[in-house]
Unconditional design. Structure first.
Length: 241
């Protein structure tokens, strides 16, 4: 089944650089949908007026608000490969974010939104036990999933070794680590965040060059993984200037 985007933010961001073969379907007329239709036409994306029931069929019953962008089968938003990234990346500073077992689409979407805002060069997720590109992720990312370069890897630990071989310093996030802003987060940084419940896996933790933390003073024992990701990405970019 072709990939579909039903939230307004995701449709809008994807239409700013539309893939060949995309089609916009609309069942309502209001200011927001009219703006999407105009954006589609500027990008030479076909627009089809249809019914709510047809939109429901195209979206496989998922919720929509009168507009649906249907992408060609096999299309992956901004997906690349780690090998391709490493072959073309030539900066002496960078930020790669790796997610070790983050399965909640809301958290993954929020991390992508922060990755967009702090210009992460790449987000890496494992092929198994991980959230992936879905309408829920597009919605949670406010359309950032259409812009953030990301790659799926079969083995996260192997990816960490590849990054190390390419000059990246690996930092794992854990509440028992060194204070982030007292650590040297310059140069080529790979930031690893663990799952919502278990944190970093043992093997992944062992491959990190340093474990860093965000000091807090609340009653709960830790921050949500997407909040931690945003704070740490900001700190990396702050130190990198």
């Amino acid at each position: 089944m072709p990939e579909t985007i039903s939230n307004f933010h995701g449709i809008e961001e994807t239409l700013k650089d539309p893939p060949a073969g995309a089609t916009l379907y609309a069942s309502k007329k209001n200011a927001r949908i009219t703006a999407l239709v105009e954006l589609a036409r500027r990008g030479k994306v076909p627009v089809t007026e249809t019914s709510d029931s047809e939109l429901g069929r195209l979206s496989a019953g998922r919720e929509h608000r009168g507009a649906l962008l249907v992408l060609p089968e096999g299309r992956k938003q901004r997906e690349t490969s780690l090998e391709e990234f490493l072959e073309t990346f030539d900066s002496d500073r960078g930020l790669v974010v790796l997610l070790d077992g983050v399965t909640d689409p809301q958290n993954y979407g929020a991390i992508l939104r922060s990755a967009d805002q702090f210009s992460a060069d790449l987000v890496l997720i494992p092929a198994r036990r991980s959230a992936s590109d879905t309408p829920a992720v597009f919605a949670a990312s406010a359309g950032a999933a259409a812009w953030v370069p990301h790659a799926v890897v079969t083995n996260l630990n192997r990816a960490l070794k590849q990054l190390k071989d390419s000059g990246f310093w690996i930092y794992g996030a854990d509440m028992n680590g060194s204070v982030a802003w007292s650590s040297k987060l310059t140069g080529k940084v790979a930031l690893v965040l663990g799952s919502e419940g278990k944190g970093l896996s043992r093997l992944t933790r062992d491959l990190c060059d340093q474990i860093i933390s965000i000091p807090t003073s609340g009653q709960l024992d830790s921050l949500n993984v997407s909040v931690s990701a945003g704070v740490l990405m900001y700190e990396v970019r702050r130190q990198q200037g």
